[in-house]
Design a protein around this ligand. Structure first.
Ligand code: 13P
Ligand code: SF4
Length: 307
């Protein structure tokens, strides 16, 4: 990706000229992540940066729900996404109307929603969570509401993985991440046999059977910290392919074994369309102000939770 240096330099020049920042998710390719990302990280980290940034323009190098979250937290800023087709199988698994029906079915129970959802869904939510803080959010909200059951939607696997770690009963939905649902326990056992000394780190959007045979489960930021602080000799990151490529740049003593799955939505974002996005101010992501105001309460409650 060093061949892309002129384009990277031009994007960085345009950012300064236009007072823009690029928020880059861990699943961006290394040319984007290391070359032009001003803030890089997991969904929780990017949401926090969107709230803090004083730039005029945010370019979201990630998927549409992340750009919506940035707009919800920074309504006065222009939020751009370089390709409007960068969606997410979890976000498209549920609508605001679905959440209203769930609430009718389970009156009096709090609704915790994964940030991988549309603004419409967040507007029906009591508090959002990410894969980094889901257990903490569920336990907090159950205590606050004085209940022993919590609705946690839409990722069925994240819900099951949270349920394994808490006494709170979880009511789930059937959404799945098309990238992580494809990993199986058999894949992991095969890896363990072939690389007995490798540490296996899996994302909580994977099926529960996968996490049961892995050494560690955590968000993309948690995987990053694990590799950089514990410095394992050999590691497998059970997640999207760019994750290992990005961490590997900073983890020179670790060998990465690389079975991985590509997210077609994340991969719609390229250096070329980031450049076009900055030149033409496209594609602007807007959220109905009334929906955004309600969604903001749910996202802000998550951000304000004690660490
Ligand atoms: P995190 O970065 O929050 O772990 O989420 C992973 C993901 O799938 C985002 O689309
Ligand atoms: Fe959605 Fe999964 Fe792609 Fe993340 S990796 S954007 S959760 S489909």
């Amino acid at each position: 990706w060093r061949l892309q240096a002129p384009l990277i330099a031009e994007i960085n020049r345009l950012k300064r000229e236009k007072n823009a920042v690029i928020l880059a998710h861990n699943y961006m390719t290394p040319d984007i992540f290391h070359g032009v990302g001003d803030y890089v990280g997991d969904s929780l980290g990017l949401a926090k940066e969107a709230a803090k940034s004083d730039a005029k323009i945010i370019v979201q190098a990630g998927v549409h729900f992340m750009a919506e979250t940035s707009k919800i937290l920074s309504p006065e800023k222009t939020v751009l996404i370089p390709d409007l087709r960068a969606g997410c199988s979890l976000a498209s698994s549920i609508t605001g109307a679905d959440v209203r029906l769930i609430k009718q079915r389970y009156p009096g129970l709090p609704v915790v929603t994964y940030v991988n959802t549309t603004a419409d869904v967040k507007a029906e939510t009591d508090v959002c969570c990410t894969s980094a803080n889901a257990v903490q959010v569920v336990e907090h909200v159950a205590r606050e509401w004085g209940v022993d059951r919590v609705i946690l939607i839409p990722d069925e696997f994240l819900a099951r993985n949270v349920a394994r770690q808490t006494d709170i009963k979880i009511i789930a939905w059937q959404g799945r991440c098309e990238v992580h649902e494809r990993f199986t326990a058999a894949d992991i056992l095969e890896l363990k046999a072939a690389y007995p000394n490798a540490q296996i780190l899996a994302h909580p959007e994977c099926p529960a059977e996968v996490l049961e045979v892995s050494d560690f489960a955590g968000s993309t930021a948690a995987m990053n910290d694990y590799v950089l602080t514990r410095k394992p000799k050999q590691v497998v990151l059970i997640t999207e392919c760019s994750m290992a490529d990005n961490v590997a740049v900073d983890a020179i003593d670790t060998e990465f074994v690389r079975p991985c799955n590509l997210c077609p939505h994340m991969k719609r974002i390229t250096l070329e369309n980031i450049y076009e996005s900055l030149v033409h101010n496209r594609y602007e992501v807007t959220v109905d102000p009334a929906i955004a105001a309600r969604a903001r309460v749910a996202v802000q409650r998550m951000i304000d939770l004690p660490p």
